[in-house]
Every structure is written in C-alpha cells, then in structure tokens.
Design a protein around this ligand. Structure first.
Ligand code: ATR
Length: 297
C-alpha cells in the first residue's frame, strides 16, 4: 500500500480504539482491490467528537465507522440519518459526499447476513430470544423485526425494566407485526423460553429456535462468565449466536455445545457490517472472504 497525494482516507473513531480489528479487515479488502485508499484508526474522546466530525469534513475523509462510545452522540453532527439508524438511535457508518455527512447503521445488515450466510439459517425461526437490552440488543431486535419469519421475540435482561421498555418500544416500531416481550434474565425464565421444540421437530408455541447474546458477558478478559449458566437450558434443536468474538469460543458457546446445540461467535457479524460500510463508501461489492480471513489470522 503506497500513500500519496491522492490517497482516499477512510477509518474508524472510538474510545478506546487500539484493539479494533477494523483497520486490518478493511485494508485487506482495499489491498485486494488495489485501489488508492487507506483505512485508519482514530482515537477520539467524547469531548472531541464534534471537532473530529468537523475534521472529517475539513480533511475530506470519505467515510468513518463509529464505535463505542460515540454511536448515539454522533447523530446530531450529521446532515442526514437513514430511517434504520434513526429507528435504532445509533449510527455506525458515516459517508462524506463533498462535505455532506450521511449516517447509516450497518449492524442491521451485519446480524442478518451473519445468521443467513454465516450460520446458514436461510429461514429464521419463529421465535428468537435476545439476551441483553443495551445498544447492541437494540440493533439486533430491530433487525429481527424486519424479518417476516420471526413472529415472537423475547428480550431477557438482568434489569427487567430495560427489557420491558425496549420490548414495548420495538413492538410499537414494528407496528405490532412482531410480538415482543421483555423479561428478567433468571434461570427459570431462561429454561422456559428455550424449552425444547415439540414433537416432529416443530417448535412449540413456546420454544425458541435461536438465542442471541447481546451482552458483553463472557468477553475477554472475563472468559469464565456466561449470561446463561445452566447447561440444561440448551437442547440440540437450538442455535446459539454469541455477538462476542474474543474469545473465539465463549463459555456460553461451550455450554450450548455440550448439550448438542449449534453455536457461533460474532466474527461474521463484524465482517458483514464492515463489508456493508465499505460498500456504502466505495459502491463496490466487498470481498467478504478476504475480510473474514484478515480478522481470523
Ligand atoms: P452495548 O451498547 O454494548 O449493548 P450497554 O448498553 O452497556 O452495552 O448494555 C450492556 C448489556 O449487557 C445490558 O443489557 C446489561 O444489562 P443491564 O441492563 O442489567 O445492565 C448487560 N450486562 C452487562 N453486564 C452484565 C452481567 N454481568 N450480567 C448480565 N447482564 C449484563
């Protein structure tokens, strides 16, 4: 990669940013294409966010990914926000077109592509359980409401009122096409929600076919934790998707596998949301396999 006077700059802002895998992933795609672009990490404190966004206009930076803790706060500095991003209340991708900044949320596409292509779930189950009610859960629940296969979502959270509030808000947004309940994350509720599918393999009105962890529980360095501790909650017809990718196999994934459930980590979600961002900036179809390879090596 040679940087010269006509190199186009893209990058990511966050705080902290040192451990981000995005530069490696995006620069691998850029190299494959052989275009004169470069993707850089920028550490931006909350106090300097506004100046950083002005700097994006000033420097003519073509695109930025936005990560923790700026996804919500950045929205007020943009000229336009996509309906999806405004429904979720978070932007993770900014496109700069001659100083006009547009905000998008590619996490929606990220989770859906990870489930469809990464996990091979062409049809999503009728019932999905999402663990967590923070920013990550919000994007995932929103994404699930856009899929007609999914009829019921249960949000399980340590703090029940947050689960109830998110469920009510998202159900309203989905114009009640999807039934969404908010419940407490406790052993009995988990077992009840994940109850084994009915005879003949079909799901019962109750049993979830997919559970998605949208909490940071189990993430490095707290690798001995899991949001669901009881292995008997899992069964072989269940798919467990953990949005965590460090470690590669979380305790949640191990527990689920020990009961015959299929489990996947969040690496594909990272890759597909990144691929979508790159497509927004370049207008080209991103090389997903190259990007995946780059973050796995
Ligand atoms: P993010 O934007 O990454 O989702 P967040 O908004 O801080 O981060 O949300 C973190 C989520 O993980 C919340 O649902 C949180 O539960 P609470 O609402 O009860 O705080 C959940 N979480 C974090 N640590 C947890 C723990 N040790 N056990 C269970 N849930 C936890």
């Amino acid at each position: 990669m040679e940087i010269d006077g006509s190199t186009t700059i893209v990058g990511v802002i966050g705080y902290p940013i040192a451990h981000s895998l995005s530069p490696r992933m995006h620069n691998a795609a850029i190299q494959t294409w052989g275009i004169n672009w470069c993707y850089l990490p920028f550490q931006v404190t909350p106090e300097s966010l506004e100046k950083a966004i002005e700097g994006m206009r000033g420097f003519g930076i073509r695109g930025l990914n936005v990560t923790v803790p700026h996804k919500q706060a950045v929205m007020r500095f943009l000229d336009w926000v996509s309906p999806e991003a405004s429904a979720i209340g978070a932007v993770n991708t900014i496109l700069n077109e001659e100083g006009r900044l547009s905000g998008y949320n590619t996490d929606v596409e990220g989770i859906l592509a990870a489930l469809r292509f990464g996990a091979g779930l062409e049809n999503l189950p009728e019932k999905v359980v999402v663990v967590g009610a923070g920013g990550a859960a919000r994007g995932i629940v929103y994404a699930l409401t856009t899929v007609t296969d999914v009829k019921h979502i249960t949000i399980l959270n340590r703090t029940i009122w947050k689960a109830e509030r998110l469920a009510a808000e998202m159900e309203k947004m989905a114009k009640e096409k999807t039934e969404i309940a908010g419940k407490e994350l406790d052993g009995e509720t988990v077992r009840d929600e994940l109850r084994e599918a009915g005879p003949g393999g079909c799901e019962t009105a109750h049993g979830a076919g997919l559970v998605i962890n949208a909490t940071p529980v189990g993430m490095y360095p707290d690798v001995d934790c899991s949001p669901i501790e009881d292995p008997s909650a899992f069964h072989p017809r269940l798919v467990v998707y953990d949005t965590i990718y460090n470690p590669e196999e979380t305790r949640l994934m191990r527990l689920a596998r020990s009961r015959g459930a299929r489990s996947l980590n969040g690496l594909n979600m990272l890759v597909y949301q990144g691929a979508k961002s790159l497509e927004i900036w370049t207008g080209r179809k991103a090389p997903v396999d190259v990007m995946r390879e780059a973050v796995m090596s």
